[in-house]
Design a protein around this ligand. Sequence first.
Ligand SMILES: [Zn+2]
Length: 279
Amino acid sequence: MRIVISVDMEGIGGIVDRVQLMPGERLYQESRKYMVAEMKTVVRSVWAHGATEVVVNDSHDGMLNLGWSELEDLPRGTQLISGTGKRLSMGQGFPGSGAVMFVGYHARAGTAHAIMDHTYSGDIHHLTLNGQEVGETGLNAYLAGFYGVPVALVTGDQALVAEARALLPDVEAVTTKEALGRRSAVLPSPAELADQLDAAAGRAMDRLTAGRGPSPVVLAGPIDLEVGFMTTQAADTALLMPGTHRVDGRTVAATLPTVEAAFFAFRALLVLGGGTPLY
Ligand SMILES: [Zn+2]
């Protein structure tokens, strides 16, 4: 069974602030070690519980956070999707997989008590699909569902776990930290968290191989996509995309035939309306 592990950074244990998240920032290299450690724990557990192919997709910022050398002490056959400009972005590799796992994910924009809550960039106030507000977890879960692929594991702070469980009641989940606000959290010990990640990834695999895994979440088209930007200026330029209309000063909408098309449209609107990320 092919497993794709999409690894973001905001939800990794030990990370609470922007200075830990951006390449070049003061604490980035230290927190990158936490990201690598969690990725390796999940990869090893997945191999040990019946995976036949394991693909790690670097899903944070410019997607150059995990290095090739990190694969050296992992089982042969582990692959890394590295670098930016990927058509499916955080969802690269999903088609054809047996299941996907979201490691180090974070709550959507506007969530209280959530480390670095945002939706793809600091330019986005909200994102809805057929009236349902989603963040990166929801959008990528529906994208996986479009390809017939379930989400088997999510990890992140307690707000991320609550958001994921609302959409994916059957998913295995690990709470990596308890957020006190947007930039502070109570952290467990690294060893304790590693044990939980190892166990949850193993449980997820055991359920999948026994045919008791979660079902894909499928959102049938057509899809009404609504993107609320932080500023009217962002909406001005996003509206250059054919087929869009303005809902209000900051909100742009379009109707797309499928979730995959809505995913591409959202990312196109982000490029058109995007400025400096605030996360
Ligand atoms: Zn990120």
